[in-house]
Design a protein around this ligand. Structure first.
Ligand SMILES: [Zn+2]
Length: 207
């Protein structure tokens, strides 16, 4: 709404006087107090309890190589396409349940080199179709099948044991990646940093 509109004709047909210099008073009509810190409800669910505090080794996009990595030994090179969530003390030998971060349907449950057990689902995040990959899951714990519908926060399986078939020899942790589009892309590390642009950072989307 602008207050710069020409003076409205007075009922008698004459123009009202506009002698004062025009000043824009539109801003003064705005509410004096705006909500400065609106509470935003995340649209995504957390894949693990306390998930945000578990991102201590490999955040999204971190560049690693066998000679330079927060984990040792490291066999991969490139820019991390997902977020790694670590286990907490005491969880080494206990079941760590993994939950879906969004509604969608299951696209795949299978074993993939580099991950061990993997579940991939599709979903819509901020109006974009994406695929979500959960890596290093215990294969026998995944009861969902390709085509099953899945709800946010639904249990999808538990983490595979450290250095096992289910984690393909990796430590016990969850690799979670979100890729644009509806094609399944299993790549855990992008060789060119620019290729990372087709993946999304869960942490940024969640906050
Ligand atoms: Zn990872």
């Amino acid at each position: 709404m602008s207050n710069r509109t020409p003076a409205t004709p007075a009922p008698d047909g004459s123009k009202t006087a506009v002698s004062a210099p025009e000043t824009d008073i539109s801003t003064s009509s705005e509410p004096a107090v705006r909500p400065s810190n609106p509470i935003k409800t995340p649209t995504l669910g957390l894949p693990l309890t306390d998930a945000l505090s578990r991102v201590s080794k490999k955040p999204f996009g971190i560049k690693v190589s066998p000679g330079h990595s927060p984990v040792s030994p490291e066999r991969f090179s490139g820019s991390h396409t997902g977020v790694d969530f670590e286990i907490q003390p005491g969880e080494e030998n206990s079941d760590v349940p993994v939950s879906a971060i969004c509604d969608g349907s299951v696209l795949a449950t299978r074993r993939v080199s580099g991950y061990g057990g993997v579940l991939v689902q599709n979903c819509t995040i901020e109006k974009q179709t994406v695929t979500v990959l959960y890596g290093h899951l215990k294969l026998s714990s995944m009861k969902l099948k390709s085509g099953d519908t899945i709800k946010k926060a639904e249990h999808i399986g538990i983490l595979g044991a450290a250095y096992s078939y289910d984690t393909d020899g990796e430590r016990k942790h969850l690799h979670l990646s979100i890729h644009n589009g509806d094609k399944i892309v299993y790549l855990g590390y992008a060789q060119k940093e620019s290729d990372l642009s087709s993946w999304l950072d869960f942490i940024k989307l969640y906050k």
